[in-house]
Design a protein around this ligand. Structure first.
Ligand SMILES: [Zn+2]
Length: 442
């Protein structure tokens, strides 16, 4: 698979050298006189970036947040082995027993979807596409520098305005960081403040300009021209400030018990992974990572987390998706039709859930006629990792209906039956106080 190839190639430098411009000029000179050319575009925008970087001349990297009580800011290690054994859905045997579900609502597997590079002009169409497929949760991964046209008024149509992105949040979608500059000029001699700045400053801009926003995921930008490739630098900067980051594996499925939370597998090359039939001769890294395998109990990807992303669609009518981008339409159809088994979740929510779950402990405090009391903790920093986990609690047979609370406040609770027994699915946050599941009195 491509990930293995990346691992063998030398780590790209932290920044492009000043001499990159000599090579870019040579490439631009070869370009046809008219039409878009990436090298010419890079040359043309160089003064703009130098002016923008000059406003950050005295920038210093903020100190990373230090969680209280020795809690973890994130799970930044590359897992070399499974963190826990993977099993089918768990059904606690005795009344009063509880377990943390692998995924929200005890779903079999998880899926998510993102859009990179703003493409603000397509937002209305995307909202319609999302509705067409029963409400696909979309994360927009934003390049922050030109929102409101700060550096290039002429391209604000693509970058969008803070007002637009606020309205996207208000409609229940999410926004995360795709860097400040998208390495438009990652040359230290031109004033580029570096990868720490791309990570920390994009977060600051999002959190400052979007009320209620708490940016937690970083999506490293890919260089549009090879001289600006600085991807080897991202992980060290991003783990300082973020809860998770996307990677560049080129495959869509993460094993639930061995996720690298700073190299989340994903791809924008969707077609190969939603084949109706895998034909002989298909490379193994494609054949073994078909989207549907996350629901196949016999497959190594069973119960995994699949994520895809895309950029501009370059059409204006949501109804054209099935003809213009049939692979993406197939992905959304799969998400929507398998909601009984899939957590169709926001990228950040799945990333938070996974790390909380991987470090969670659940204790039964007491069980009596008045209720079942539980203590749910995780090792993650509760200020950042605040997403509810789903806890499954085996109920006494006599309890037909229950209600749940945490620290005295009601929390979501539903009842499911399996093999003659009754279970409550309770959504509660780790480290937020005692969870009580109590029978409802008629
Ligand atoms: Zn991008």
């Amino acid at each position: 698979m491509p990930g293995a190839l990346f691992a063998q190639s030398p780590v790209p430098p932290v920044a492009a050298p000043l001499s990159a411009w000599t090579e870019i000029e040579a490439e631009a000179a070869k370009a046809p006189p008219t039409g878009y050319n990436a090298y010419k575009a890079a040359l043309a925008s160089r003064p703009m970036w130098k002016n923008y970087f000059a406003t950050y001349a005295n920038w210093t990297a903020p100190a990373p947040r230090v969680p209280a009580d020795g809690r973890l800011p994130n799970l930044s290690e590359k897992p070399r082995q499974p963190r826990f054994p993977l099993t089918p859905r768990v059904w606690p045997a005795k009344p009063g027993e509880a377990s943390v579900c692998l995924w929200e609502d005890d779903k079999v597997a998880a899926v998510s979807f993102g859009i990179d590079d703003n493409n603000a002009m397509e937002v209305p169409m995307w909202l319609e596409i999302s509705r067409t497929y029963g409400g696909i949760p979309i994360t927009w991964n934003l390049i922050t520098s030109n929102i409101d046209g700060v550096i290039d008024r002429g391209r604000v149509g693509s970058a969008g305005t803070w007002t637009l992105w606020k309205s996207v949040l208000d409609q229940g979608y999410q926004i995360q960081s795709h860097s400040v500059s998208h390495v438009g000029n990652p040359v230290l001699e031109d004033g580029w403040p570096g990868p720490d700045w791309e990570a920390a400053e994009s977060m600051r801009q999002l959190d400052t300009n979007l009320p209620g926003q708490h940016t937690k995921v970083f999506v490293p930008p890919g260089a549009s021209i090879k001289f600006f490739a600085v991807s080897g630098a991202w992980r060290a900067s991003v783990v300082k400030y973020y809860a998770s980051a996307r990677g560049s594996s080129g495959i869509p499925i993460n094993p639930a018990n061995q996720t690298d939370y700073f190299d989340i597998r994903t791809t924008a090359n969707i077609g190969p992974f939603v084949a109706d039939e895998v034909t002989p001769g298909t490379p193994a890294w494609i054949a073994n990572n078909q989207l549907k395998s996350i629901l196949d109990p016999a497959h190594k990807n069973y119960r995994g987390w699949a994520t895809f992303f895309t950029h501009a669609l370059n059409f204006k009518d949501a109804a054209l998706l099935t003809t213009k981008d049939p692979a993406l339409a197939k992905v959304f159809d799969f998400y929507n039709k398998n909601r009984d088994q899939l957590w169709v979740g926001q990228f950040a929510n799945v990333a938070l859930y996974g790390q909380q779950r991987d470090t969670a402990t659940i204790k039964i405090l007491r069980t009596d006629a008045s209720g079942i009391a539980l203590d749910l903790t995780s090792r993650m920093d509760p200020e950042v990792f605040d997403y509810p986990l789903t806890v499954k609690v085996r109920l006494p047979d006599a309890w037909a209906a229950v209600a749940a609370s945490q620290a005295g406040s009601p929390v979501p609770c539903s009842v499911v039956r399996n093999d003659g027994a009754t279970y409550a699915l309770v959504k509660a946050r780790p480290d937020r106080g005692e969870i009580l599941v109590a029978p409802k009195k008629n």
